[in-house]
Design a protein around this ligand. Structure first.
Ligand code: CP
Ligand code: NVA
Length: 308
């Protein structure tokens, strides 16, 4: 049994193994209907419990489809419907009960501490479905999407992020170390990634270029990533923060400075990108969302020690 909490804590050989399995499985079920189970049904009879402390559309549905296609099932809990959420039961007892009924636990939480606390008591694999500090299932899936579209290992590509230094970017930084790709970040100086994550990258011999000019950041980019300026539960002055990012608006003019680039965005989107870009030819956001099903299947298999 293995947890899937932060990309930085997972061996690159395992991350690569997950991506190889995703590619194989995605290819094999090309002509199958959505709920048809993969031939080997490797998670037959297993149940994944999903718990959301924040809203979710994609993560919820993609994990539902992922476990179903592997032969298992899922149940979704909202934390405010639990004793734990209402303050009537300890986290430790909740973790023990989840381990009694479930085979895997996916948690979307507004507290990194909660993930660490669950890990202490849980006896089944725990998957981080987004926390304040990371969104590892999203970013591993995004690596898959980039390699699928560009038909090259990501280590040979220039990756650019335009936007806030949030959980998704933290995971992208972790991925840049693990997968050895070049990463440029365009964000206002005030919103640079935290020193701890930059120091971690530096200690892992990674040089990340950070520009407070989006035009410089996108130069030579093969992929431009973005995300909402205001994340879920972001406790900031939203008007001020949105204004601070005005210069970082992603439109056709900016994309023209990176002619070979594609555009990716984890969704949901805000006002950081124009409709023309988001719905345009360079954008692959729908494929990106769908690929989460394929990659999360292999993440589940990794957690259940079933990866070939
Ligand atoms: N990208 C993503 O995680 O979307 P949801 O918040 O809808 O799950
Ligand atoms: N950074 C965003 C990602 C949503 C999928 C958030 O945390 O809200």
């Amino acid at each position: 049994m293995k947890h899937f909490i932060n990309l930085k804590d997972i061996k690159i050989s395992d991350l690569r193994k997950i991506l190889r399995d995703s590619k194989r499985r995605k290819y094999k079920r090309k002509n199958l209907n959505t709920l048809v189970v993969d031939k080997d049904a490797p998670l037959k009879g297993k149940i994944l419990i999903q718990m959301f402390e924040k809203p979710s559309l994609r993560t919820r549905l993609s994990f539902y489809l992922a476990i179903r296609q592997l032969g298992g099932g899922t149940i979704t809990l909202r934390s405010n419907e639990l004793h734990l959420g209402k303050g009537g039961e300890s986290l430790a007892d909740t973790a023990r009960i989840l381990s009694t009924y479930g085979d895997g636990f996916m948690l979307r939480t507004d507290s990194d501490k909660k993930i660490n606390d669950f890990v202490k008591y849980i006896k089944i694999p725990l998957i981080n479905g987004l926390s304040p500090s990371s969104h590892p299932t999203q970013v591993l899936s995004d690596v898959f999407t980039v390699e699928e579209i560009k038909k090259k290992p990501i280590s040979k590509l220039n990756i650019c992020w335009i936007g806030d230094s949030n959980n998704v970017l933290n995971s992208l930084i972790a991925a840049s170390v693990k997968f050895s790709f070049k990463l440029s970040i365009g964000c206002p100086n005030k919103y640079r990634p935290k020193k701890t994550i930059l120091d971690w990258a530096k200690n892992n011999k990674k040089k990340i270029n950070i520009f407070d000019d989006p035009k410089k950041a996108v130069k030579n980019a093969d992929v431009i990533f973005s995300d909402k300026v205001i994340s879920l539960n972001d406790k900031v002055n939203k008007i001020k923060k949105t204004k601070d990012f005005e210069k970082f608006y992603i439109n056709d003019t900016l994309l023209k400075l990176a002619p070979k680039s594609i555009f990716l965005h984890c969704l949901p989107r805000g006002k950081e990108v124009s409709d023309q870009v988001f719905l345009g030819k360079k954008s692959h956001v729908w494929k990106q969302a769908l690929n989460r099903v394929h990659v999360q299947k292999s993440i589940l298999l990794y957690c259940f020690n079933k990866l070939r």
